[in-house]
Write a protein that binds this ligand. Structure first.
Ligand code: ZN
Ligand code: ZN
Length: 363
């Protein structure tokens, strides 16, 4: 066996990483016991050690001093070829994520960037650019279509008494969003990088867990996101310096005629990243289907468009614009994101005007 690769592996093993992936073999232990005895004879104080038994097997042992003499308290035999096999299959597994993100990069960047340029770029830079383009498309398409529908096509229905925002606040929201966009798209770029490195619990194919487990995991993911965004948003209000520094720029739009679908991403960059961060935290907590995570992250652009149009959709349990407009005017209610359940649970829910009366009438 080449000495260099053996030393590298021993280094990994001593860092503890290969404890997890090492294939253990039963029996033996004479080498470790002999090593412990040798250490005792030499007057050592115990600890962790490694003995190379033969070409393929190393023995990792722990020793300790009892009543003045050194004894062996534990050992683990590791097959180096098994470690290599397991490591190779992990690399192959992670390559699936890289192939997937490269496919997205080629799809989005290939539309306008020659491949000879793309090929010279590091993979993560391509990913950042692709996310940037995707972020722009999601923001402008959803904002423009939403505005066209609610103001132009259905304006007389949704705003019979006026209240359609003027051009100035909308342009300001677009400017603030554009300033923050490079920082926003750094978040999915970071999450993709971490997924590709194998640091998260992401999996690439739904078949790996099956549809029932997949649906259960998505619900859990959404609960984590809902809980995380609720508390981050609430603390951005409760901790006054944070509010002043980060969250206040989003709250200058506090009337129906200043809020618009384009306010959905009009945040201080750090505010936007903080509020989206539960999507990334979830990847470390539960197994998450990678593509679904990507969709969830980008759907935020559509969802935030929806909750800033000031139109009360009246869908039970959903934190629609009726609730979020109240948040923009009272500052103390309706911190939730997709649903009203966190506000209900933590006592900050306030229903839109007329809801209670309507319930009373119908009951
Ligand atoms: Zn707020
Ligand atoms: Zn808002």
């Amino acid at each position: 066996m080449e000495l260099a690769s053996k030393l590298l592996l021993l280094l990994l093993l001593s860092c503890g990483t290969a404890w997890e992936i090492g294939a253990l073999e039963e029996g033996g232990g004479g080498a470790a016991a002999a090593a412990a005895t040798t250490a005792a004879e030499a007057g050592g104080g115990g600890g962790r050690g490694i003995v190379v038994e033969d070409e393929d097997v190393v023995v990792m042992y722990d020793s300790a001093v009892f009543n003045g003499s050194l004894g062996l308290v534990g050992e683990e035999r590791v097959s180096l070829s098994a470690v290599r096999r397991r490591r190779r299959s992990k690399e192959e597994y992670l390559r699936l994520f890289v192939e997937e993100t490269q496919w997205y990069n080629d799809l989005v960047l290939g539309l306008w960037m020659p491949s000879r340029w793309r090929d010279k770029m590091p993979h993560t830079l391509q990913t950042f650019l692709r996310n940037y383009v995707a972020g722009l498309v999601v923001y402008f398409m959803s904002g423009a279509l939403w505005c066209w529908y609610v103001y132009k096509l259905k304006g007389h229905h949704f705003f019979p008494n006026g209240g359609i925002p003027a051009k100035e606040p909308v342009l300001m929201q677009i400017r603030v969003s554009m300033q923050a966009m490079p920082a926003y798209v750094a978040l999915p770029t970071l999450s993709e990088f971490m997924v590709e490195q194998g640091w998260t619990r992401c999996f690439p194919r739904i078949e790996e867990v099956g549809w029932p487990a997949y649906l259960g995991l998505i619900i859990t993911y959404l609960v984590i996101v809902e809980f995380g965004i609720y508390w981050i948003h609430r603390e951005l209000h409760d901790i006054k310096p944070l509010y002043k520094l980060l969250h206040a720029p989003h709250h200058i739009y506090n009337k129906q005629d200043t809020l618009s679908p384009f306010a959905g991403l009009a945040f201080h960059p750090l505010d936007g990243i903080l509020q989206a961060s539960p999507h990334v935290v979830a990847l470390f907590l539960i197994p998450t289907h990678f593509f679904t995570h990507e969709i969830m992250l980008f759907m935020e652009g559509v969802w935030t468009t929806n909750i800033h149009d000031c139109i009360d959709g009246r869908v039970w349990g959903i934190m629609g614009a009726g609730f979020h407009t109240i948040h923009h005017t009272t500052y103390r209610h309706n911190y939730g994101h997709y649903t009203i359940f966190m506000d209900w649970l933590f006592g900050t829910l306030r229903e839109p005007h007329g809801r209670k009366a309507a319930h009373a009438k119908s009951s």
